[in-house]
Every structure is written in structure tokens, then in C-alpha cells.
Design a protein around this ligand. Structure first.
Ligand SMILES: [Zn+2]
Length: 952
């Protein structure tokens, strides 16, 4: 019984991995305790173990740790671990189940059983939880053991607590039902599912909604149910049609809305083949190309499928040919235009194949929709354009084009972007594109025979939907499609009612986190594939959501998990989502620098005064979050440039702190006059820009979270005649694309791009620059990563340099440490919206506001690294096979203590970077920009990688 090793190991493991066990039932194969517990001897144990299992991870940990003490002491009452209300609730609900009213008046073949059984059962349940010690032992047994095979196919699990029970499993039957009556001739009203569990039954309609229940039946009667048996359930009577397997029930197969897929499609959808083997055609050897005569054309692919780089679409499955090629025209390979195919990355090729299979209806029998939910920056537009171009020119049956007209609906800010993308990839001549705007009315489009593509904003679509419906499109593409998640709004409704089966929804927003939204989008793309809203709710949403609640019984966890995986299986047939990770490996190398800047004398003096001033110290006792936020803001401005303290940010009110600061502001610091000598960071930037400008053609993006800081950087550019562009929150969306295009243009003379960290939200592409400098970092590493992704992204061909500037010993450094500790250098994405809502304890605030002038790098001090600060002996930043170990590598996390509350693991990653003190050795970093700024740099962390630095 005693298993003392397990809990301690688990606890250790869970701590190490920071709780990957949050939902053990959902993620791992569910252990089945009944198989390792002798059932008759200790029937209570099963229920107990499941009660333990369903708890949240922290509860599990506490249970485990308690259980180990418990096993050692053997005296503690486990009631501590289980709230009595929980069991009260359980027995209550059981009592409610006892609804036998109609049974007494029927002459059915199942005799009435008194509800004593129910009471006994509920008592049995309660009693079972009072058995001390055992349940906990059972808990880790159930949790630890791998699942044993040999569970009877119709069983989910046994019902506990009932003595002398033989059929302890849940059984499922397909039934027909009608109102309870004495009539001989029954008028069956519908199909339903009967769930038999112990002495109770539940009746659900085909949408999963409960329509009746009863309990107190005789086990013998329930055990002998077979085809043709009848049974009263509530006020209804049912007749058994056939047995349903537990698996079918768990997956929701037995309900309506189960999706039918073709065999072939299912296998291909799991692993979309980027390049299926080209079919060799009998006509091979002749020049394959557009210049064929019409009779030959039918049998010839448009492009040569046998070329090594040809991207050939999968052929239609037999079933598809049966339905869609009744004329028995020859099946021709659909080959993507080599002009486009050669530009597609592998994941984009996969995407095009996937979309093709979806809109052709290879995956589903009932729908031709797809949802392309790739993360931002993976080239969703290009994948769509490739598909459009392919379908407009080709088709598998006699090469007939699959579509003639295509409608692209986008937010108004993206219409011109779509036009430009078409032009970029296909040129003006190949494909006519009509963009609806003030000048170009929808009505004009109808007269344009040779313009197959129409691009329209959602707003314009709303105004013109009637005309558009008449035009008749064969393929609709909705960009930023998460705006269609509300089926009640008019745009969604009108778009959904267009008579066009082929629909592609494009969105970069993850859509699988909210089941309602998921349903709305899926139902738009493939109407009905997940059933009605009501059946979706009963069959998927409710069990899945319920299974994620703490204290859910194991059976419900299992049901939720299998419904979730079933839902996932269905949706993966037409939803494709890949993350940024997939292309990082194709990106050019990047060098990252964390540059510790020497604070100027003015900065040091002012900083010490500000952190000592009365208004700032007040926030240690104040409960008003505004107080410490304004203190943080003041210090961050001071780090950027002391003169910024004289300027108010837009949203900022004159508060007491700024009034107090103005009393000791040096007189030479005036708003709008930014001397480099007064700010270490500005001095560094100034030197870097100068060196970069001298060095040649490279461009740089400067990022700040503050518009006033951008003003300051703009004035620096003006002073030295550096041509610059600026994009911030006030830039109208119509102008943004122009700015970006201008900057990325190789011929443009723009040298600096000033970017507000928060304005660069969606899809800004600044690959014209190969360097990006974060003048001030954000609390949230995701914001910084997004900024970096403007430059280090698909389409970038040069090595990218990323600089983060921090003022040595100040709040800057502490913010960076917080970033690193929290997220690691890879900066696993957190919700970017919460970056301003950071909460601090008084201790944390005191630490944040403590300044350290006596160090070259506080962060390096914290690492307790004893390196030579010259990057070791020319050693590498990363431990890779080809490169030797770094000299200052201290190894294990045990050596580094920063904060007991935070794991130091992520700081280890910084340990693996180069640690450099000035003068910055030119041989090592080879960065002429930074070398020029060496005088103002106190320390440097540096890392270079071909791929993402940290993958853990
Ligand atoms: Zn070091």
C-alpha cells in the first residue's frame, strides 16, 4: 500500500517542470484504477482516486505532499483535502436523480424499484470518502500507472458504491422514443441515445440535449436490455434499437453533426504532402505548356508536372471523381505555376495543397471551406493568391478551371495591400484585379469580363451585397476573418448567405481558444459541419468546458477529453494553423546585443534625487497604483533623457511627483533640447547612427514606447541631417503602408525609421532595415519581440542586428531582468494587452527604485559569473557541437541565486551569451556601430544565432 517514493518524485518533477500536470486527464492517457484495484474487495477506492485526480495541479501537489505526510504519520484525517460541500453537492444531485413518478403507473417490462437504492447509493458515496488514507494511496497509484490494456469495449468505468453489482459499466443504446401511453400502437417521435449507468438511465436527443432521466431500475432489467426492449424513462417510453459502443459515445459519433470524411482525405489531411509524386503522363515528352491546342489541352496539365520543382496538387479521390466527373473527362494534374511555386517556402506549399484539397471538397463530403489561421508573417496572402491563380486557370477534370470569379473581402485598411500583393506576385498583365472604392463601383465590375478578382472591404460589401450576390462568385476569401465570429451581425449574415460553397477564412488570431467563436467561424466556412449551435453546445462545448473545471469527476474529464480530441480531429480537416517557429529556421542569422549604457552625470544626479524624493517614497505605502506607475514613468523618461522629464506624455497629468521633480531640475534641461551629453543612451544611439551612416547603405529602425522619446530621436535625425520616417499611433492607417513601402524601397534615401512600439501591431514589414534598436524595453517581452519581428522576418535576406539599450544600474536593468526571468530570452508569448498592468509588492517596488551606480552591469553581478568579461577565451555564445565550451560557463542553476520566488533557469540562458566589457574588442563582435559607441557602454551581452537562440 505504501508508495512513499512516488509522491516525492512527482513533487520534484512537477516543481522542475513548473506544473505540466494541470490537466492530467486531458493530456495523458487516462489511468484506469479499476484495473489495478481488486474490484470487489475495495470498491470505494476507484471513486476516491478519481476524486483526487480531477483536482488542479496545485491541489494535486498539495494532496501529494499531504499524502506523503499522511502515510508517514498515518493519523491525519484526510477531510482536510476534500471539502464537505463537494460531497454534499454530489449526494444532492444523486437524490435529485430519483424521479420515479411515472414508473408506478406503467405496466412496462421493468418493474418499479423503490428509491431506497438511490439513498443507499448516496450514503455509500459519502461513506466511501470517509475511509482514511486509502484514497490517497489510490490516487497516486491511479496517476502513476500506465494504462493497462484489456478494458471491455463497452465500459467507460464502473459505478462505485453499489454492493453485489454485476454490470458496473455504463452502456449506450440507440433508441426511439414516444410519450408514455397505454396504447399498443406507438407513435415514435424521434431517435435518441439512452445511457444506462448502474440503476439510472439518461435519455438524450440527437443534439445531445437531455430529454429524460430515471433511476431506481432493477439491475437485472437494465442488464437484459436488447433490441426491441422497451423502458419507461421519465414521461417517455423508449424502444431499444441497437447498442452503441462507449467509444462512439465518447467521440460523439452517435449524435447528429458527425462529420463524414472520405477515407483518402483523412489520411492526406494529417500530413499534407508538399510535393506529391507527379504522375507521369502518356503525353510526356511533348512540350507541356499553355500553348496546346484545345483538344490536347484537355488531357495536358498546364505546366509540366514532372519537373523536379513542380508543385503538383493531389488528384481527386475516387469518390470525388464519381460525384464530380460524371462526363468522364480525363483527370489532369493540377500544377502550380512554376513562377509562383518557386517562390513558396515549404510551409506555404503545404498550405496551398491544404487549401486546394479543402475547396475542392476532398476532405469533407459536405463542405468546401477552409480556415487558414497561420500566425502573422507566414505569408497567408501569398498562399491564397497562389490558390486563386491556380483555380482560375486549371482544374483536375479536363483542365477546366475550377473557379471563374473570386471575391476577396478584407478590412478597408488592407484592400490596397491585397491589390499590391497580387501585383507583386503575378504582375499587372496576368490577372485583372478590381478594387471597390469610391471611384470604382461594384456595378462597374459586372461589365469587366476579364477581371476575375474583386477586392472589397467589409463595409463596402455590406452596402453592395445585393449586387454582389447577383454577380455570382465561385470562391470567397475573407481576410481578418475573426471579425466574422459573431453570426448575429449583418455582415456575417450576408456573407454567409452568399450562394458560394468555396470559402476561405484567413485569420492570424488563434481561434481554437473560444469554442463559441470556433463554432461561428467553422459554421461559416463549412455550414453544418459541426451540427446546429444547440447540438454543438451539448455535444462539444458543455462536456469540454465541464471537463476543464476543477473537481470534475474522472468520467466527465474523460468524456470532455475525448470530445475535444474528436472536435480537433474534425476541425483539423479544414483548419490550418502554423506558428512563427516554422519559418525561423529559414531566416537569416541574427545578432542580439543588450547594451548597458553609461548614465550621464546629469542622469545620475537627477536619478538619485528622484528616487529619494518624498512623492516617490510615498508609493511604498500608497495603495493607489497610479502613484508607482507615475514614479516608474518618471524614471524611465529619465533613463531615456533627463530633459524628457520636462515634457508631458499625452495621457499624463501633472502630478505631485512631477511638480516636485521640477523643483530640482537643472536649469539647462529644457523641453525640446536634447543634448547627447546628458543621456548615455542618446550618446550611444548618436554614435551608432553616425558609424552606420559612414558605413554605407544599411538602414535602421528605432523603437520606443514613448512618443516624446520618438520626438527626441527625430530631433537627433534633424540635427545630423539623417533622412527619417516616423510611424506612431497618430499615423493614419492609409498612410502607414506608404511609409513602409517608401522605407523598404531600395532606392529610397530614408535612413532611420522611427517606430512606436505599440503602433506597429499588425503585419508591419520593415525588412528594408537590417538593424533594429529598442531604445526602451517594455515590461512585456512579447511587445519587444513583436517589434523585432518587423525586421527579422520572412523576406529579410541580410543578417539582422538587434540592440536593446539599458541604462546601467537603473530601472532599465531591473525591467530587463524581470523580462528574462519571467519569459526567458525566447520570450514565450504572453498576452500583450496586459503590459501596463504590472503589479508589484512593496518589496519589489523598493528594489525597482534602488539604484546601483557602483557597477558596470547589475545583471552580470546577479549572474555571479566569474568570467573575464571578454567573452571567455574567444568562445561561443552557445553550447553547440562544433564549438567549444565557454570559459565563464559556471554551469548549473544551483550557482545562481537571484530571487527565491523566481526560477533562475531563464537567467541561465543569458549566462550562455558573450559577456563583454569595453573597450569592445573589434575581433569578437565585429560590429562597427557598437564599437563607435564603446566609450558610452559599460557592458555588453551579445549572442548570435542562425536560428532561434533558446528552444526549451
Ligand atoms: Zn560572465
Amino acid at each position: 500500500m505504501r508508495r512513499s517514493a512516488a509522491p516525492s518524485q512527482l513533487l520534484k518533477r512537477a516543481q522542475q517542470h513548473r506544473l505540466p500536470f494541470a490537466s492530467p486527464a486531458a493530456k495523458r492517457p487516462c489511468p484506469t484504477p479499476q484495473e489495478d484495484v481488486p474490484q470487489k474487495a475495495e470498491p470505494q477506492k476507484q471513486e476516491q482516486s478519481s476524486a483526487v485526480k480531477v483536482r488542479s495541479a496545485s491541489d494535486i501537489l498539495s494532496v501529494i505532499s499531504k499524502s506523503s505526510t499522511l502515510e508517514e504519520n498515518g493519523t491525519k484525517n484526510e477531510n482536510e483535502n476534500f471539502s464537505s460541500s463537494e460531497f454534499g453537492g454530489q449526494s444532492n444531485s444523486f437524490t435529485q436523480d430519483v424521479d420515479l413518478s411515472p414508473l408506478t403507473e406503467t405496466n412496462c417490462n421493468v418493474s418499479h424499484h423503490s428509491n431506497v437504492a438511490g439513498t443507499k447509493n448516496s450514503l455509500g458515496n459519502v461513506r466511501s470518502f470517509n475511509a482514511p488514507g486509502r484514497q490517497l494511496a489510490g490516487a497516486h497509484r491511479g496517476w502513476n500507472r500506465p494504462q493497462l490494456s484489456g478494458r471491455p469495449p463497452n465500459t467507460i468505468r464502473s459505478l462505485p458504491g453499489e454492493e453485489n453489482q454485476a454490470p458496473s459499466e455504463t452502456k449506450y443504446y440507440a433508441v426511439v422514443w414516444c410519450k408514455l401511453s397505454r396504447k399498443k400502437h406507438k407513435n415514435w417521435e424521434g431517435d435518441a441515445i439512452l445511457i444506462v449507468k448502474g440503476r439510472s438511465v439518461t435519455l438524450k436527443d440527437l443534439e445531445g440535449k437531455e430529454i429524460g432521466r430515471g433511476s431506481g431500475y432493477k439491475l437485472k432489467d437494465l442488464g437484459s436490455l436488447e433490441e426491441g426492449s422497451t423502458l419507461p424513462v421519465g414521461g417517455k417510453e423508449v424502444e431499444i434499437q441497437n447498442v452503441i459502443s462507449a467509444e462512439s459515445y465518447a467521440l460523439g459519433h452517435c449524435f447528429q453533426g458527425e462529420v463524414t470524411v472520405t477515407e483518402k482525405a483523412e489520411s492526406s489531411s494529417r500530413l499534407p504532402k508538399p510535393k506529391p509524386k507527379p504522375f507521369r503522363l502518356p503525353t510526356l515528352g511533348r512540350p507541356a505548356g499553355p500553348a496546346c491546342s484545345s483538344t490536347e489541352a484537355e488531357n495536358m496539365p498546364l505546366f509540366n508536372p514532372s519537373l523536379p520543382d513542380a508543385l503538383v496538387m493531389p488528384r481527386p479521390p475516387a469518390q470525388h471523381q464519381w460525384h464530380h466527373n460524371s462526363g468522364r473527362t480525363s483527370v489532369v494534374d493540377v500544377v502550380v505555376d512554376p513562377h509562383l511555386a518557386s517562390q513558396l517556402r515549404p510551409h506555404q506549399q503545404e498550405g496551398v495543397v491544404f487549401l486546394y484539397e479543402c475547396v475542392m471538397g476532398f476532405h469533407l463530403q459536405t463542405g468546401c471551406g477552409a480556415i487558414l489561421a497561420d500566425e502573422m508573417g507566414l505569408g497567408k496572402t501569398l498562399q491564397c493568391i497562389t490558390l486563386i491563380w491556380t483555380l482560375l486557370k486549371q482544374g483536375p477534370y479536363g483542365r477546366r478551371p475550377v473557379v471563374r470569379r473570386v471575391l476577396v473581402v478584407t478590412p478597408s485598411s488592407l484592400t490596397s495591400n491585397w491589390r499590391k500583393e497580387f501585383k507583386k506576385w503575378l504582375g499587372k498583365e496576368r490577372l485583372g484585379v478590381f478594387v471597390v472604392d469610391q471611384q470604382n463601383k461594384v456595378e462597374q465590375y459586372t461589365s469587366q469580363q476579364h477581371t476575375p478578382v474583386m477586392i472589397i472591404s467589409y463595409e463596402m460589401f455590406l452596402r453592395n451585397s445585393e449586387v454582389i450576390e447577383k454577380i455570382g462568385f465561385d470562391l470567397i476569401i475573407c481576410d481578418e476573418a475573426h471579425r466574422l465570429k459573431n453570426p448575429a451581425i449583418k455582415t456575417t449574415h450576408l456573407l454567409a448567405s452568399l450562394p458560394c460553397k468555396r470559402r476561405i477564412l484567413v485569420t492570424g488570431t488563434p481561434i481554437q481558444n473560444d469554442l463559441q467563436e470556433l463554432f461561428a467561424l467553422v459554421d461559416f466556412a463549412n455550414p453544418g459541419v459541426l451540427g446546429t449551435p444547440s447540438s454543438f453546445r451539448h455535444i462539444y462545448e458543455e462536456p469540454i468546458v465541464a471537463s476543464q473545471q476543477p473537481n470534475t469527476p474522472l468520467t466527465e474529464k474523460e468524456l470532455g477529453a475525448s470530445r475535444a480530441s474528436q472536435l480537433n480531429r474534425i476541425t483539423s480537416l479544414f483548419i490550418l494553423r502554423r506558428t512563427q517557429d516554422i519559418i525561423n529556421r529559414y531566416l537569416p542569422p541574427k545578432a542580439e546585443y543588450v547594451v548597458l549604457c553609461q548614465p550621464s552625470e546629469t542622469q545620475q544626479a537627477l536619478y538619485s534625487e528622484v528616487v529619494g524624493c518624498r512623492s516617490l517614497r510615498r508609493c511604498f505605502t500608497s495603495l493607489e497604483p497610479g502613484d508607482h506607475l507615475s514614479a516608474i514613468l518618471a524614471l524611465r523618461k529619465l533613463c531615456n533623457h533627463p530633459a524628457l522629464l520636462a515634457v508631458s506624455e499625452e495621457s499624463e497629468n501633472k502630478n505631485e511627483l512631477s511638480k516636485e521633480i521640477s523643483t530640482f531640475m537643472p536649469s539647462h534641461l529644457q523641453a525640446g533640447v536634447y543634448d547627447e551629453a546628458d543621456s548615455g543612451k542618446l550618446a550611444v544611439v548618436s554614435c551608432m547612427l553616425w558609424a552606420l551612416r559612414e558605413g554605407g547603405q544599411e538602414k535602421i529602425v528605432l523603437v520606443s514606447n514613448y512618443t516624446t522619446t520618438l520626438d527626441m530621436l527625430a530631433s537627433l535625425c534633424v540635427r545630423y541631417n539623417y533622412p527619417y520616417l516616423r510611424l506612431d499611433g497618430s499615423t493614419p492607417s492609409a498612410k502607414r503602408q506608404k511609409l513602409v513601402d517608401s522605407f523598404n524601397n531600395k532606392c529610397s534615401t530614408d535612413f532611420v525609421f522611427l517606430l512606436s512600439a505599440k503602433a506597429g501591431g499588425v503585419g508591419l514589414n520593415l525588412v528594408g532595415a537590417s538593424r533594429i534598436l529598442l531604445y526602451d524595453i517594455d515590461w512585456n517581452p512579447a511587445t519587444d519581440l513583436q517589434a523585432m519581428a518587423r525586421v527579422w522576418r520572412d523576406g529579410q535576406h541580410r543578417k539582422v542586428h538587434i540592440y536593446r539599450l539599458l541604462v546601467t544600474g537603473t530601472l532599465d536593468e531591473k525591467m530587463y531582468q524581470r523580462q528574462v526571468r519571467k519569459q526567458g530570452l525566447s520570450g514565450a508569448v504572453v498576452d500583450a494587452r496586459d503590459s501596463e498592468r504590472v503589479h508589484f509588492s512593496t518589496e519589489e517596488l523598493k528594489d525597482l527604485f534602488t539604484v546601483h551606480w557602483d557597477t558596470a552591469c547589475l545583471t552580470h553581478d546577479l549572474l555571479e559569473c566569474e568570467c573575464d568579461q571578454q567573452g571567455g577565451s574567444g568562445a561561443p555564445p552557445q553550447k553547440t557541437a562544433q564549438e567549444p565550451e565557454r570559459a565563464c560557463q559556471l554551469g548549473g542553476a544551483g550557482n545562481i541565486t537571484i530571487d527565491a520566488a523566481h526560477p533562475t533557469k531563464t537567467m541561465d540562458q543569458l549566462q550562455n551569451w558573450y559577456h563583454l566589457a569595453p573597450p569592445l574588442s573589434s575581433t569578437l563582435i565585429k560590429d562597427h556601430c557598437l564599437e563607435a559607441a564603446s566609450d558610452f557602454v559599460t557592458f555588453l551581452f551579445y549572442n548570435e544565432s542562425r536560428t532561434e537562440v533558446v528552444k526549451q
